[in-house]
Design a protein around this ligand. Structure first.
Ligand code: MOS
Length: 758
């Protein structure tokens, strides 16, 4: 047995707890700033003398630049410089080994490094001019001669040379070793399925396009406004690449208009803006256009095979999951894909295999629930097919093979309320009324299908710090160098701080997106509440202790002699639990002690020991209804119920929005999103919103989100697991399974477009 970490009274979930702010469906504290346009994004910070850069991209997918003629561009009045590999200054690059916090193994892309072309749309020049329009026009006047080499952008062909990547230094573990003999168990199984899956490239396409505004100060220091999921990552990157001391670079990024992983790594517009600003000694902005948003990182294309064997009663006897995924020529981008297939169900014979195939493309990049969003749908579609062959209800099949421990590691889950997700989701959806026979439910010309699937994501935590400053007027400011890419981090952190100190929300403000604030990890992996939230709680706990000590130490005060544990903090007061009429306001306590401010800083580290002895994950059960018009091949997703177990929910309103948004994305993944490559050119072709389809309002109908109650004393002091990614994972399979139920067609190739239905 391990010693469980003690969780102080914050885990007391009683809604009547004095000062409670955690668990309330608070509207976004930054909502007004965002909807009124007062919130400033990276490309909206202006400064006198600002000039603009425009990036020219390669026209070939592989080869080299033979000659560049920039004379006509440079001759235009107002054009300041054209940067290319021929004239860029010598740079330290990554000599100090560190690349960026999300860099996979390999050699990161270096813009304007030399004449080599690694992939289509590679940035090959930066035009800097007095206006954006002028820079864009001048870029068209640059003449480039290439020598093109044959390229490989076809994953099917590239997979012939697929290889097993070594252990990645990042968070993703290689697949666990095989258990039992899965191939033999499959061959001997009473019932089996063996399916191949493909899934298209997707691009993140946040609403805000990537941009960097670098403000050059007269003393040579720089303020960098960058679209990033971590201001410290941006700071370290530019300091390493350009050889600058940290003191010379401050990164300020208070708002991010969506990112979904695209801001985890510094992108080339940041490099370009820095290059121009440091060389020209001017303030420079570089912003990508929508088509240029397809010129870096994407959710990689994947080829998969899932084979399942079972006894006639539904007991799984074999799981085989193989995946081949694209990566670039220069980096091993690893997101594993198959690991969850060894974790979701009890099974003695499991073989998981993950390989990479090199292509002439830029390195793929984490996109919401990287790996799980790709691999879990394959498993969950195969489970649905197995249920169909067994003549068993798909939900019943999952319950039959339910596991309370992680079979990959043998460790118990820190908590797993997936059964409650199944039960509550099924009830809300009306699953028991499903006619199991495909094509049996219809209304007029429309076939109706009901499908379900399971979702899973890891619950992680990183080290983080926070600083807090309490004023004598009872106002509290807390800060940490995290980001808010849209999940509602400002709001959740404000709630946690207010909760600990029993303050009204309007007395608390939270600061983020500034490299001068205490250390926080990248915002990703759904771990910000866990990591930064724990730091916010820790620093506010310290203030709480100090206030309690000050209050109980006042000789003539009403709280004299009480212990910290005898006090509640509520409404700006310290209140005796035994008799709430004995109380002191924060202002009274500070005034009596001659204090104008109290300041603290705290570092939060994971409960390593307890976490190592458990597997921590979020789970979901997703139920979907589709209506299919077989004459037109159209699919409408008319209802989705997503029941999520993610530990304690800090803010049910913003958490629900996270899951709703993820369901919409899952819908896009199932039916619409697909970046297509023209193999002759080796280039993504549909690089705009006219041709890259994402769900629009007309595609989105009823989405019902349930958070089941789940208590967890291992994941972190808050018991909150995070909800950013879990929302998408089960959705594509639930929709694909519903389409099977509606039509009798088992489609294993995402997205399921009209041509595949017909
Ligand atoms: Mo998310 S792909 O962890 O930014």
């Amino acid at each position: 047995m391990i010693a469980k970490p003690t969780i102080p009274d914050l885990l007391d979930q009683s809604p009547d707890r004095p000062g409670a702010q955690i668990g309330k469906p608070v509207s976004r504290v930054d909502g007004r700033l965002k909807v009124t346009g007062a919130a400033k994004y990276a490309a909206e910070f202006n400064t006198p003398g600002l000039v603009h850069g425009y990036i020219l991209s390669s026209a070939v997918a592989r080869g080299r630049i033979l000659r560049m003629d920039t004379a006509r561009a440079l001759a235009l009045p107002g054009v300041l410089q054209v940067f290319t590999h021929e004239n860029r200054p010598s740079l330290p690059w990554f000599d100090r080994r560190w690349k960026d916090d999300d860099a996979p193994k390999g050699s990161p892309f270096r813009p304007l490094y030399d004449a080599t072309i690694h992939h289509a749309l590679q940035p090959i020049a930066l035009v800097v001019a007095e206006s954006f329009e002028l820079a864009r026009y001048a870029a068209r006047l640059i003449h480039v001669e290439y020598e093109a080499d044959p390229h490989q952008t076809d994953l099917q062909a590239a997979s012939a040379a697929a290889f097993t990547p070594g252990k990645d230094k990042g968070g993703f573990e290689p697949p666990p070793k095989p258990r039992g003999d899965a191939d033999r168990a499959l061959a001997e199984a009473e019932v089996s399925v063996d399916l191949e899956f493909t899934q298209a490239v997707e691009h993140h396409n946040p609403m805000e396009m990537h941009a960097s505004t670098v403000v050059y100060h007269n003393d040579g220091t720089l303020t960098v406004h960058d679209k990033t999921q971590g201001p410290l990552n941006t700071q370290t990157y530019v300091c390493n690449v350009f050889g600058l001391p940290k003191e010379a670079v401050r990164v300020i990024s208070p708002f991010v208009g969506g990112a979904f992983g695209s801001g985890l790594r510094p992108q080339h517009q940041l490099f370009m803006a820095m290059l121009a600003a440091t060389t020209l000694k001017r303030s420079v902005r570089v912003e990508l256009s929508r088509p240029q948003m397809f010129s870096f990182g994407h959710r990689p294309e994947t080829l998969q095979r899932v084979a399942l064997g079972a006894r006639k009663d539904g007991t799984l006897t074999a799981i085989i999951h193989e995946a081949v995924q694209e990566t670039s020529q220069t980096e091993n981008y690893v997101e594993v894909v198959v690991n969850w297939s060894g974790q979701q169900y009890k099974c003695d014979n499991v073989r998981l295999d993950y390989k990479l195939a090199r292509m002439d493309t830029h390195t793929p990049l984490d996109q919401r629930a990287p790996g799980a969003a790709t691999g879990v749908p394959a498993l969950e579609i195969a489970m649905d097919e197995l249920a169909a062959r067994l003549g068993m209800d798909p939900l019943e099949l999952r319950l039959r093979n339910y596991t309370e421990i992680d079979p990959n590691t043998g460790k118990p889950f820190s908590s797993k309320e997936l059964r409650a997700c199944f039960r509550q989701g099924a009830e809300r959806f009306g699953w028991s009324r499903r006619n199991p026979v495909p094509r049996s439910m219809r209304q007029g010309r429309q076939l109706i299908g009901w499908g379900m699937a399971t979702g899973v994501w890891d619950a992680m935590q990183g080290q983080a710090s926070a600083r807090a400053r309490l004023g004598i007027d009872g106002t509290l400011t807390v800060g940490s160098a995290t980001a808010d890419i849209g999940p509602g981090t400002y709001t959740a952190m404000t709630q946690i701080a207010a909760d600990v100190l029993g303050l009204p929300l309007d007395k608390v403000s939270f600061q983020l997106g500034d490299s001068n604030l205490p250390m926080a990890p990248l915002q990703g992996g759904s771990w910000t509440v866990s990591s930064v939230g724990s730091a916010v709680k820790a620093v506010c706990d310290r203030l709480r202790e100090r206030l309690a000590k000050l209050a109980t130490g006042l000789n003539d005060g009403p709280l004299k002699g009480l212990k910290a544990g005898d006090l509640d903090f509520a409404g700006g007061f310290l209140v005796a639990r035994s008799d709430p009429s004995w109380r002191l306001s924060i202002t009274e306590v500070m005034r009596a002690n001659d204090l104008l401010v109290l300041e603290e800083e705290a570092l939060s580290v994971p409960y390593y020991k307890a976490q190592m002895q458990h597997k921590a994950g979020t789970h979901s059960a997703v139920f979907a209804e589709v209506r299919v018009d077989e004459d037109l091949g159209t699919v409408q997703v008319t209802r989705v119920v997503s029941a999520v177990a993610a530990g304690r929910i800090i803010n049910p309103k913003t958490a629900r929005s996270q899951v709703m948004g993820a369901v919409v994305w899952g819908l896009g993944m199932a039916l619409e999103e697909e970046t297509m490559t023209d193999q002759r050119l080796g280039r993504f072709m549909n690089h705009d919103f006219a041709e890259y389809h994402i769900p629009v309002n007309a595609d989105v109908h009823d989405i019902d989100v349930i958070f089941v109650e789940e208590h967890d004393e291992v994941v972190n002091p808050l018991g909150a697991k995070g909800v950013g990614e879990i929302g998408i994972v089960g959705v594509p399979a639930a929709i694909a399974n519903a389409i099977y139920h509606a039509t009798g067609k088992r489609i294993c190739d995402l997205p399921i477009t009209a041509d595949k239905i017909l």
